[in-house]
Each structure stands twice: as C-alpha cells, then as structure tokens.
Design a protein around this ligand. Sequence first.
Ligand SMILES: Nc1ncnc2c1ncn2[C@@H]1O[C@H](COP(=O)(O)OP(=O)(O)OP(=O)(O)O)[C@@H](O)[C@H]1O
Ligand SMILES: [Mg+2]
Length: 406
Amino acid sequence: MPAGYKAVILSDSASGSARLRRTLLSSANVNVVDAVPLGPDTLTALRSREPNIIIVDAAWGSKADVELIRSIATVLPTSLIVLVAPDGDMEYAQQALLSGARGFVTQSSAESALVDALDQMLQLETSRRPRLPLDERSRAEAEGREGRLISIFSAKGGVGCTVIAVNLAVALRKHTEEAVCLFDCDLHFGNVAVLLNLWPQATLGELLPYADDLTPELVEEVMLTHNSGVRVLLPPTAFEEAEKVDPALVANVVEILKQRHKFVIADVGARLDSTALAILDSSFRIVLVTTPEVPALHNLRRMLQLTEDLGYPREKVAILGNRFSAGWGIQSTEIAETLGYPISVTLPSDGRLVTQAANRGVPFIIDAPRSAPARAVSELAKLIVESDREQEGPESPPARSRWLRS
Ligand SMILES: Nc1ncnc2c1ncn2[C@@H]1O[C@H](COP(=O)(O)OP(=O)(O)OP(=O)(O)O)[C@@H](O)[C@H]1O
Ligand SMILES: [Mg+2]
C-alpha cells in the first residue's frame, strides 16, 4: 500500500483523540485527517471522510459500541478498523474483532505499540488484497471504456429481482447490441442459470484459487454465453465454495466485468451485507424492486433512507414496481407520494407468462416481446440507455431526466 493512508480517530474523549493523534505523528504511513465524535451522525461523518483506517478509541468500551463497530464494518467494508481496547477487557476486544475490527492494541500499550501494529496490519492487507490490474482499470476509466453497473436490488425477498435482472440483460443486449453481462450475485441460491436454461459448467467458484491473482482472462474463462449474446457469470454450485467467496473477490470481479462490458447487470437480490454494499457503491444505477404490498414497501422506505444516509445521489436510484395492477394493491401514485420517490417503471402481474418462461428457461422478453411485462422491461432498458447517454453527452442535462420520472 502506498504511504499516506487516511486515518480517522473515533472517540468521545477530546483528550483521548489528542493523545492518539500525537502517537501517530511518528508514523511514516498514516496521516490522521480527522477525529469524529460518537453520536447519531457518526456513520455519515465517517463515510464522508472515506478513511483507509478507523481507529476506535474504546476506553469507553460498552456493548453498544460493539454494535457501532459492526455498522461501520458493514458501511465501510474496505476501511481497516483498529481498536484501542480497554486494559484487561479481552472479552470486549474479542467481541469487537468478531464485529469487524481487524486488530487491537490495549490502552496502556497504545503509545508504544500502535504505530507498529498499524504497519503490520497494512502490510497484511496489501498481501491479502486480490491483485486487481489497477493500471488496466484506470486506463479503461480514462478512455471512457468503463461499463455501467446496474444493480437489481430489493429490500424484501421474492419480489422479482431475478426475473427482472434476466429479462433486462437480454433486453439491453437486444436493443443496443453492446457487450452485456449478467452476474448472479445470489451466491447460495442463484436462479439465473435456471431462468436462462444454462448448465453451470463453470462458475465464480473456479476463481477461488486465483483470488489473489485475478485477471480479465481468468474471469472470461468462467463465463458462459447465453444464446441472446448475454455473457453470464454464475455463482458456485457448492455451498462450501459459496462460503469461501469474500467481498474483495466479488468487488474485483465486478471491476473486471465493467472493463469488458458496456452494461453489467448484477442480480444482488435482497441481501444487505458488505458484498452487496460494495456492489451498490460501485453501481451506476440501482433498480430497487418492490411489490405493491405493505411489508415490501415498509422495507423499501428503510432502504431509500439508507441510500440517502450512504450519500447516494437521488438519480442513482430508481424504483421498479413489480406485480402492479390497476385493480388491486396500493397504487403507484399513492406509493410515490408516500415515499417521496417516483416509481420509474411498473410491471403487471402475469403469473402464466412468468411461470411458463421460468419453467422453459426462456425469458419472456425473447418469446413474448409484445407482452406487457416485456414492454415494461424494455422501457427500463431504454431508461438505462438514455441515462448512460445523458451522462456521457457533452450537453448533459441534469441526470434526473426520465430515469426518475413518475
Ligand atoms: N410480474 C410477475 N408476474 C407474476 N409472477 C411474477 C412476476 N415477477 C416475478 N414473479 C414470480 O415471483 C417469484 C419470485 O420471483 P424472483 O425469483 O424473480 O424473485 P427474487 O426477488 O429474485 O427472489 P429471491 O429473493 O428468492 O431471490 C417467482 O415465482 C416468479 O415467477
Ligand atoms: Mg433472486
């Protein structure tokens, strides 16, 4: 890792953070850029500073603080959390480590041991981090070759993410003829292969032994091609392999997919862990899928709040209403009014069409392009293409446009 890591001290004691700041003055690698107090805005404050290292001054150690460490580790998965633990409270230190802290020093040894401990942890991080061809990546970005990552996410399971992800990928391929890939991020119970009638002869699992030496060629080798032309990356077929996939591997795979495809569709589904957050962070757009019923809408509201807390711009998020009907369920205008967000696209419920498509392994966008669900997915694909062009075009209007229309 290069010199000059940004560190933030998290402490509710001004004298505690001043002491740690003084201690870190002797570090050649670490610059303390700020001290953040504990409070309701802690997470937002930490996120806005994008620190490489968060030093948690835990002289105040209590159970609630362990919860805070867990939230920080989830919201800032790539930051190194280091604890200055209260002397003699090993149980607290252990709980903090289990919640996502990567290491600790004790309060009394901090002055002499913190700088060395940080150096060792940073060295370890460097050797563990999969070696992404970063030069390649920045070159791709500079040349504007980086593809657009579109995440399909829902705050509640079973609302139609996979059906939409599969049909959207095929629709984008059909309408643009660009390189499109679909990444099934449901590591344990992914259904993309079934919906596309693909035999998982190669999967993400094959990349596990190469996690530290990932190359675009290796990723290419484990992708399959659907007859629509969409390239597909499937999750491991064995649960044991799925357990071994870590967030860094997924994040690096996603970056490589973006180098090679104009559109990358990630079927993230309803999980909100550090892997999902890393994918959402690096997304161009997030499609939040909901059905018109209170439990799904309740969770959607919480998810929208989280996207705001995470500092995502409004235009990054669009709501897709699935299984909406004019005759029953809560109506989209009412939902939009309550949430303060428009519903960008609605898909009607069509059990027969969607079930037959799933059973045959042929997306309805291929077999029934004129059906109402297929037209709605095509509309979503068009909105994505438009918002991509708006961002790239010289006289871009503000990116809200039709993407966020009601
Ligand atoms: N517009 C629709 N009309 C009728 N049935 C639908 C529609 N969309 C999805 N379904 C059905 O809803 C069920 C869930 O769909 P899907 O698997 O895509 O949801 P999911 O959000 O990916 O679920 P999971 O959380 O399990 O990953 C499936 O049985 C699917 O056939
Ligand atoms: Mg799914």
